[in-house]
Write a protein that binds this ligand. Sequence first.
Ligand SMILES: NC(=O)c1ccc[n+]([C@@H]2O[C@H](COP(=O)([O-])OP(=O)(O)OC[C@H]3O[C@@H](n4cnc5c(N)ncnc54)[C@H](O)[C@@H]3O)[C@@H](O)[C@H]2O)c1
Length: 465
Amino acid sequence: MKLDDLISGVLDSRVGRSVAAKAGFPEATVLRRGEAFPTGAIALGTVEPASGSLVPDALAALGVTAQPALVDTPDARSTDAEGRQRPPAYPGRLGAIVVDATAASRIGQLEQVRAMLRPAVKALEPSGRVLIVAADPATASEVETAAVRQALDGIMRSVGKELRYGATCNLIQIADGSTASELAQVLRFALSGRSAYVDGQPFVLSPLPPGLDQLDQREGRIVVVTGAARGIGAAIARRFGAEGARVVVVDVPVAGQPLAGVANEVHGTALQLDITVPDAGDRIARHVTERYGTDAHIDAVVHCAGILRDKLLANLDEQRWAAVLEVNLAAQFRINDVLLDPDRPGGLADGGRIVAIASTSGWAGNRGQTNYAASKAGVMGMVRALSAQLVDRRIAVNGVAPGFIETDMTASIPVIDREIFRRSSSLLQGGRPVDVAEAIVFLADPATPMNGQVLRVCGQLVVGR
Ligand SMILES: NC(=O)c1ccc[n+]([C@@H]2O[C@H](COP(=O)([O-])OP(=O)(O)OC[C@H]3O[C@@H](n4cnc5c(N)ncnc54)[C@H](O)[C@@H]3O)[C@@H](O)[C@H]2O)c1
């Protein structure tokens, strides 16, 4: 048995877990995943004076009957037998609290947020949710308003780090012109188990382009997923397949067998293709017209294929540099160029979606990953710039930055480092491929009002922003 496997076995054993718990490392909670909403009550707290907020209508659209949040004021406190002041307590477990802070523009109003969160965090069920809804600081016309909106981001990130048992805290920043149905789309994802591994993150909304706001068509969409033979890409293909999409799974010819397996599973089609070949975009477009008809267009492209060639910069040669930059970044540019030609049969449809995979290494940098971090930060730059260019065609471009996800790629990391990565997230565990897949499907959804954003799926890993 290899030393790595031995240590891994010990860490995963009951004895190993109990030693870790005694040493002060709490055990990770099994996260609530899938469509399910929290089981406990959902509380709504509103920062006053509020008027015309979208939040009540958005919750109603989801069928949520929210109860008023308890507020920790001196009058609402009780005194226990030892004479200590206690904040008001919920009668049972709370599934989630939604804090409507859209009216927050003065520093004094932040006290209301504290007062609503204090009773709630104590009562939150495992995998519960704290969601703060606010306006985007970038759209504030006054300095104090911008500061207060940004302060909510700091509150959200700190609360995320304090919550335990798989509970998460996220911030939803609505835009001028956002609608209740757009907010409902984001709240649905954020409340459900689909966002299990998204923690400590802002969801920055932009209004959907006209014509797309009523679109609710997922069945039969043509979705191309690169790097789909295994790991995160295979999970993405399965998730789209479950929605009834027609999935084109792409991977290198040597992965032909597992690729065919994924294609069969999702009732899609397989394209054996090294995405770095110069005509990769042409071959994808041709595959789409050959398999789905000469009029067919792609509805969403997911750039998932990626590689690592880690070396400290002192040992990093041009081959390792080029290989990573080619697969993780340059190939996406060439493919996008072809698929974004509006006259191209088998190209991306107007109103379509592109989702690319970045990484927390792209935010924070990582020792031994100069090439990888360059490629993944480049993906983020591409997302921002390309999204702005495609507004007229109503094409949204977003990214996902996974943290530590349990796949074959991360299995190659030494076991101690792997354990450190797991423990460095607020959820005390690595994510699963399906966690990234859920975020991708959400961002590729025609009803999701986000554009030019990179959403981290990292369990609030300490690495990065
Ligand atoms: N696993 C993680 O923790 C993690 C974290 C951050 C980002 N990511 C990113 O997520 C994506 C998927 O990661 P994963 O962990 O599933 O990796 P993986 O190695 O398990 O799968 C990657 C897939 O991409 C394919 N691929 C590689 N080069 C290709 C090429 N030239 N043409 C076509 N296909 C190619 C591989 O054959 C493989 O099937 C990558 O972009 C990776 O950088 C992963």
